[in-house]
Design a protein around this ligand. Structure first.
Ligand SMILES: Nc1ncnc2c1ncn2[C@@H]1O[C@H](COP(=O)(O)OP(=O)(O)OP(=O)(O)O)[C@@H](O)[C@H]1O
Ligand SMILES: [Mg+2]
Length: 292
């Protein structure tokens, strides 16, 4: 290979390693060219290597800064773990991403082109951000199958709902989701009779029916048995790559099993970030967990 070709190769590698972000300034001082590119409908533009991007987000409740200049980003297909003491702002951050809470200031982008602050909660769900709250909210009277089927129905009224039939693509998807959430053997069981862990998986399955690009999971293993927790870890590891995941959890052994990068939130901002070992060795992190 000639030296100029090697130089060219090095330049390309460098450009790939450090793609300009949504607010990345170009040499001319403007935004990166890709910023205004129109993504294919239904697609999220992740050409800048980020599926979610928060910058300098602030929100106050009666003068109390629950989120205080929070900045973080998540790569496509990443499984990001978020930890932090009670009241750190973890749930509030998810409320902001999903449009439940409006921030006072800051930037929240889905991919490079979708400004989430311009969308309301149902629109954000429609864009491909699924959220799992701590408490399972499945329809207890319905079967596992019916719960998953219901997740595909659009809110067009009772009559339209009654006429709804799965097409073959949707049937395939339902079978795939049943397998993923380990409930293929329980397809006819009434959801109310499932264990707590199974209900949590069913609810995750309901989110998966919509094929979300980003899944936000708030304390998903709270109240689970050790065995259910281990299965949930397996489940999340299989979802990683196909979906991007943001997982908030207090259970450190669970975090150890699934995590690559862990972000520690404290007082509404990022306190530390790195592998679990790195953040657990951080004096500031030790202080917020033990010093209170
Ligand atoms: N709607 C609200 N009104 C007033 N204060 C709020 C509201 N939502 C959250 N807060 C406050 O903001 C702070 C952050 O709360 P948040 O629920 O986001 O913490 P968290 O990190 O999820 O904690 P935990 O680990 O206990 O779930 C807390 O002090 C909480 O009391
Ligand atoms: Mg919380």
């Amino acid at each position: 290979m000639t030296p100029d070709l090697m130089e060219e190769g090095a330049r390309i590698r460098e450009a790939r390693a450090a793609p300009p972000g949504p607010t990345g300034k170009t040499e001319s001082g403007g935004r990166a060219a890709g910023f205004s590119r129109i993504a294919t409908p239904g697609e999220v533009d992740v050409t800048h290597g980020r599926i979610l991007y928060l910058e300098d987000v602030c929100v106050s409740f009666d003068g109390f800064k629950a989120i205080n200049n929070l900045s973080l980003d998540i790569a496509p297909g990443e499984l990001r773990c978020i930890i932090g003491p009670n009241g750190a702002g973890k749930t509030t951050m998810m409320d902001i991403i999903t449009g439940k809470t409006r921030p006072d200031s800051g930037t929240v982008f889905f991919g490079s082109t979708i400004d989430l602050l311009r969308h309301n909660e149902p629109e954000i769900a429609q864009l491909g951000i699924g959220r799992k709250f701590q408490k399972p909210t499945v329809f207890e009277q319905l079967s596992v199958f019916e719960n998953l089927e219901l997740a595909l129905k659009t809110p067009k009224g009772v009559a339209a709902s009654m006429r709804f039939r799965l097409d073959s693509g949707q049937s395939d998807r339902l079978a795939e989701v049943l397998h993923t959430i380990h409930l293929a053997d329980a397809v006819t069981r009434q959801a109310g009779n499932l264990s707590h862990g199974q209900k949590q998986w069913l609810e995750i399955g309901m989110l998966l029916m919509q094929d979300p690009k980003l899944l936000l999971l708030d304390e998903p293993v709270a109240g689970m048995t050790d065995e259910e927790t281990a299965r949930t870890a397996e489940l999340f590891l299989t979802l990683k790559g196909k979906h991007s995941l943001m997982v908030v959890e207090h259970d450190m052994s669970f975090i150890r099993t699934i995590s690559e990068i862990v972000t520690v939130l404290c007082d509404g901002a990022v306190l530390a970030q790195g592998t679990l070992d790195q953040v657990q060795a951080d004096e500031r992190v030790i202080e917020v967990y033990l010093g209170r």
